[in-house]
Structure formats: C-alpha cells, structure tokens
Design a protein. Structure first.
Lengths: 296, 156
C-alpha cells in the first residue's frame, strides 16, 4: 500500500492541499477504518492526507445556551469521557463507548465515523436524534449542512472533492431530554452493529406527556435514518405500552435492511421492534430523571 | 519514497528514514527491534500490538508511524523501570497469569493505562479495559486475579 503522505499542520494548509489534490488525496483521521480498508486493498490511495497534526480540529467545546461543537478530530474516547456529553447527550456517550474497544476509541474519531458513511456507524443515530449539523470546509469557504442531508448511501456522502469535515455542531435542545443508544452485536466489544437504535424523549413541563420523541436506526438501511412515522405515534402522547408497541412496529416498517454475514433481513426487522420496546421506556425514564431544563 | 521520521519511544528518541505507509507496529518491530509488541491480526481486532500513545492505549497496527512524531510512545519494553518490573508484571508472574504469552504485552499495556487513571478499578472496569485484547488460551481469570493482587499491592 505505497502512497505519498501529506501532513498539514493547520486547517488552512489542509484545505489548500485538498484544493490541489482533490479526490486523489484520501483523508486520514483516526485510521481505524481507513487503514483496515487500505490493508485489505478495498481502498486504493496514491496520496493520503493525515489530519492528526492539526491541533485546532481536536476539541470539544460547550457554549451554554448554544450547544456543543465537536472538532473533526474529537475521538470516540474523548467524547465518551466528556462530562458535558455524558450529562446532556448520554446517547452519544453510550454510542462512542460501544465503538470497538478502548484502543479503537482512542484512535477513531466521530468525524471519521460519519465521513466513512457506514450504515452501521454508531455515532450516527444519536447525532440524527439531535439534528446535528456538519460544517464542511474547503478553500472556497465553509458550508453548514444538516446531518440528515449528509449521507447518500453506503460509504457515500455529500462531501465534495476539495472539502473536509471541520466540525459537528449539536444545537441546544429545549425542555428535558432523555436518551439512549442500544447496540445489538454478538458480543459487547469489537462488534459492528447488527442493529443500532437511538431513542430520545423530550419532556416539557409534564412528566407524563411526551413533547417530542425521536427514533434513529442504524445498520438497517443504506444510510442511518430517522423513523419519523414511528416518532409520530408517541409525540404529544402519554406513553402507554400499546403505543410503544405500535411505534416499534411502525419504526420497523420504515427500515429496509439487507441480509448479510451478520444477520438476515427478517432478524434485523424483529430486533428493531425488540430494541425499540427497550429503548423507549429507557429514554423516558432518563428524561424523567433529568431535572435540568433547557439542555444544550 | 522514504521520509525522515523521529519517534519518541520509551523515553528514547530515534531518527529513522522510513516509507510513509509503514505502521507504528512494523517500525517498532522491524526498525527498532522492539518485538515485544506482537502482530496478531494486523487490523485492530486482537489488541496484541497495544502500545500507549501519550498515555492512552491504541492499536499500533492502525497507526502510521510518520503521523505520531509529536507523541510519547510507551511499549512493553518500557514498562519496567530501572530494571524493576512493574507491579502488574510482578503480579502476572506471581499468579501464573501467562500461558502462551502472545497477548500479554498488549494486555499489560491496556492494564497499565487503566491503573494510571484509576488505581483501584472494579472488576467490570478491568474487563472493559481489556475488552480489546484477545487471549486465545482463554486465561482471563488468572489475569483478573493478577490485577487484583497488583492493585492491592499498589495500595500499600
């Protein structure tokens, strides 16, 4: 796997390099997927640009009343250990803590996880729940797009040849939020999700009536996605077992899983229902236990 | 084309000229002759190559050597200090926690990182710290016992 290695020290330098090399320069962040693909010769690279030396991209920043911003190089380990993420976005902390194992979490980045655009990316469902936005930078300037518009298919995103993911922005979410991410694998560590499910419940005033419910699914469609019809069933409702059951059924109908080496289509559909039935009450309990108003 | 690369390993600085695509694991083993870090799967699944990068355990097989020139790298060869074994190493010997030994360097590095951050971990925390290290002899129980013995020893 011979290649030329570019090692920019600043974002500006990286963007200039990406401008001249374009598609030819493959971007390397943590390397936990990238180097495996190179070694397996599933990815060919003449030029590799490592972002590791760009310190300005390695941060987690919280601005009260605004939201949390993750630099493109924030690792799964750093995000899972961040006090502000654990407190306010437990679903994202849980997802990051379930990527591979410690060694992979210390290398792999949330940004890289998104840019690889695996349908099974663990960080994607929580960020879909949060309506996160992504700041894409190029020498031409920056653009902000919703995470809902980022994925185009397995391993395909809207990133242009001269663009780099710079930041992930998680906006303030009003009311009390409770959330969880459940990952199904054959074992706990070093697994790619057979099904991954994120559920967020928002309470506003009442502990009984759900002001918003959000459900995100991973590994069951060409891209991670929101189960918006399933969410509708629970929005502005008092949660009862029959409604959870119905939301789980509807969410499964929104998925389009394939059968592959890890599981069959039928099993995945069944597991969406099972995991929804577990995740919805867990998210509700977490929201009720959360006494902080105006989460950001 | 080869490039100049400077690595800080176990407190020593090494000036090398290597191909940019070589992994930290290959450079440690083949250029520095530090063969304690093992090559098991070479794709980040087995943990036999675990080293500490600025104190954090990583898979050396998933790191390009040229990209970690700013970091402090600690390998199993650097675990003993001034000829004195680390308490974890002592405990592994005392408890007979080693069978074939192939996974042990990686496991010790994972555990060292854990104890540096958390000197008295729970059993679950030890398991989580070792989740990325496979032992094909399946000798985990004695390793858990060794960690217990090392941590109680460290506390004294």
């Amino acid at each position: 796997m011979g290649f030329e290695l570019l090692q920019p020290r600043s974002l500006a330098e990286a963007l200039e390099m990406k401008k001249s090399y374009g598609e030819e320069a493959k971007v390397l962040a943590g390397g936990t997927d990238f180097l495996v693909l190179l070694k397996d010769q599933k990815l060919k690279a003449e030029v590799v640009m490592s972002l590791r030396g760009i310190r300005e991209l390695n941060f987690i920043r919280h601005e009260e009343g605004k939201g949390v911003t993750l630099g493109a190089l924030a690792t799964h380990g750093a995000v899972a250990a961040s006090a502000i993420i654990r407190q306010r976005f437990p679903d994202l902390a849980e997802a990051c803590a379930q990527v591979g194992a410690v060694q992979v979490q210390n290398l792999g980045t949330v940004g890289g996880n998104l840019c690889n655009a695996s349908p099974a990316a663990d960080a994607a469902p929580p960020l879909l729940l949060m309506d996160a936005s992504l700041i894409l930078a190029s020498a031409r300037g920056e653009r902000r797009i919703s995470i809902h518009d980022f994925f185009q298919g397995p391993r395909r995103t809207v990133l242009q040849a001269d663009e780099i993911l710079k930041e992930i922005f998680i906006p303030q979410i009003p009311g009390r939020r409770g959330a969880t991410y459940l990952k199904l694998g054959r074992r706990k560590a070093m697994e790619i999700a057979i099904v991954g499910i994120g559920v967020a419940i928002h309470l506003n005033g009442s502990d009984q009536v759900v002001s918003d419910c959000r459900i995100a699914l991973g590994s069951v469609a060409p891209t991670p996605l929101r189960a918006r019809h399933g969410e509708e069933i629970l929005r502005n409702q008092e949660i009862r077992d029959e409604l959870i059951e119905e939301a789980a059924e509807v969410a499964a109908e929104e998925a389009s899983p394939i059968s592959d080496v890890r599981a069959s289509r039928e099993y995945r559909l069944d597991m969406i229902r099972v995991l929804c039935r577990r995740a919805i009450p867990a998210a509700l309990a977490s929201a009720r236990g959360n006494k902080v108003e105006g989460l950001s | 084309m080869k490039i100049p690369v400077t690595l800080k390993v176990n407190g020593e600085t090494y000036d090398l000229v290597i191909a940019p695509y070589r992994t930290l694991l290959d450079v440690l083993r083949e250029e520095l002759q530090l063969t304690g870090s093992k090559k098991g799967c070479d794709v980040g699944d087995c943990g036999a190559c675990t080293v500490l990068l600025d104190g954090k355990p990583v898979n050396a097989c998933l790191v390009l050597a040229a990209t970690v020139q700013d970091s402090d790298i600690l390998t199993i060869e650097g675990l003993a200090q001034n000829g004195k074994l680390h308490p974890l190493q002592e405990a592994f010997i005392k408890e007979g926690a080693v069978q074939c030994g192939f996974c042990i360097p990686g496991i010790l590095m994972s555990l060292k990182a854990l104890l540096d951050e958390n000197p008295s971990p729970t059993g679950e925390e030890v398991k989580a710290a070792m989740a990325g290290n496979l032992c094909r002899c399946t000798g985990y129980s004695k390793m858990f016992k060794a960690v217990e013995s090392a941590t109680s020893g460290l506390g004294r």
